[in-house]
Design a protein around this ligand. Structure first.
Ligand code: GLC
Length: 456
């Protein structure tokens, strides 16, 4: 029953342009709290697309890819600068003006806080590859327009600016956490998507003389990115002990504490948090800075995209087991842990009442995260964790009318300002259910998500 009602919700959310389905709305809540939830968000469409691909509804995915590509392919002159051609919108919707349908995009020019959707083009590329793998429609990906679009994206995302590392530097709120949350700099989710995007692009670009340089560049970058994430983001008991004893103020090339992180900056909650079998990728690193918060999406995508080694992937799942109550609780699963409180919350969020401790982005529980969790857990042979997490949520989510997020340390309360009938809460559940129940869907997801050969 819950799955059937999730499908009904998904069908209700379809957005049409010129008679064709081109996307899905973020929510179908009549009493809509936020004005733009009737729009199709690129990141929210990804789980919808995976459901469509599993069910052979390929055309919708292609329509979506074309629509986003088409409407981001215009160079816009903004006040005093030009928007880069490789940037893709956070969301779009269709309006009727003078009897004619128009697609209206949002590149952060309308979004709350004017945040930049750095993740959109990354998800678009990853989805394009997924579509091609599922359908074998190479004619589409090798068309001039698509190849041009891929080049524009790579031109923007591979451009060197001020970086001293292969990671991508982004402003605050550039991805799923699209509000001020001290996630500027080098947030893990962006780095994981960056790697996923580069791997996808390598397969999608036509291997010819013209593309030789760009393919060489992106291969070099993705290798460097991988080892950078392995070296600077990974923390387990042993690594943590090294950090605990770090010497600072080291100068030169061959030093240990490269980022000059003071052990005194390690937050108190880390004391005793890692047992001998657990580990994870930290949320962010920069000069003198390690953000030790655990971000679910970045860690799970890292397992799926083959960023973590087989042993590290197991350690991340061990962390979930070890901290089940905090990270899964009564509604899978926490977007990040722990929440920022007090003065830290005030300074880092700008006193945002939506992001109070253990709510929304600041440690709320997001049902959509069940799909990367279950897919990653099953991929590496941790079936029992996947089943346990899914069983907690299945009936409740439907009975609660598909909330966007839950509040509280244990995620037991429906989010204070959550929308209902949130599409990715429903599609997340469908995917998780399919992966566990249907070997064909499981095999398809293994194929369409990057680095399927990652062993368990
Ligand atoms: C919120 C989320 C964002 C999502 C959007 C639509 O802004 O933070 O990740 O894309 O809602 O669901």
């Amino acid at each position: 029953m819950p799955i059937q009602s999730a499908y009904e919700l998904l069908n209700r959310s379809l957005i049409f342009f010129q008679g064709k389905p081109v996307g899905t709305a973020a929510a179908c809540d009549q009493s809509v709290v936020a004005a733009n939830y009737n729009e199709c968000f690129v990141r929210d469409f990804v789980p919808s697309a995976l459901v469509f691909l599993m069910n052979g509804q390929h055309q919708i995915v292609r329509n979506f890819l074309e629509t986003v590509m088409h409407f981001s392919g215009h160079q816009h002159v903004l006040k005093g600068h030009k928007r880069s051609m490789g940037l893709m919108p956070a969301s779009f919707h269709v309006v009727e003006e003078e009897g004619e349908e128009k697609v209206i995009t949002d590149f952060g020019d309308r979004a709350i806080g004017r945040v930049t959707p750095v993740d959109s083009a990354m998800w678009w590329m990853i989805l394009l590859r997924a579509y091609v793998v599922a359908t074998d429609d190479r004619a589409f990906s090798e068309s001039d327009e698509v190849q041009k679009c891929i080049s524009n994206i790579l031109d923007l995302y591979l451009r060197e600016r001020f970086e001293s590392s292969p990671t991508l530097l982004v402003p605050d709120a550039a991805f799923m956490i699209d509000r001020r949350m001290a996630v500027y700099g080098y947030p893990l989710e962006i780095q994981a998507l960056y790697y996923g995007m580069l791997m996808a692009a390598r397969e999608l670009l036509i291997h010819n003389e013209n593309n030789q340089k760009i393919i060489g560049d992106l291969e070099a970058l993705s290798n460097a990115l991988l080892s950078h994430l392995q070296n600077y983001y990974w923390v387990d008991r042993q690594r943590f002990n090294e950090m605990h004893r770090y010497e600072a103020e080291q100068f030169g090339r061959d030093v240990v504490n490269v980022l000059n992180v003071y052990p005194e900056s390690i937050p108190g909650w880390m004391d005793g948090w890692l047992d001998a079998r657990s580990g994870y990728l930290v949320g962010n690193v920069g000069p003198g800075r390690i953000d030790f918060r655990f971000f679910a999406q970045g860690n799970l995508l890292s397992i799926l995209f083959g960023i973590t080694t087989a042993a590290q992937s197991q350690s991340i799942m061990n962390l979930y087991l070890h901290h089940w109550d905090e990270l899964i609780g009564e509604m899978p699963m926490k977007i990040l842990y722990p929440a920022m409180v007090g003065e830290k919350w005030r300074f880092s969020t700008g006193s945002d009442p939506k992001n109070v401790p253990y709510s929304y982005h600041n440690g709320g529980n997001w049902p959509v995260l069940i799909w990367p969790f279950v897919t990653a857990a099953v991929r590496i042979g941790r079936l029992e964790l996947a089943e346990q997490a899914l069983s907690i949520m299945t009936d409740r989510l439907k009975n609660d009318n598909w909330p966007e997020y839950y509040d509280g340390r244990r995620g037991d309360l429906i989010g204070r300002r959550a929308n209902f009938f949130q599409i990715w809460s429903a599609t997340g559940l469908i995917i998780a259910h399919e992966v566990l129940e249907n070997p064909e869907s499981r095999a398809l997801l293994d194929k369409v998500l990057i680095n399927a050969e990652v062993d368990g």
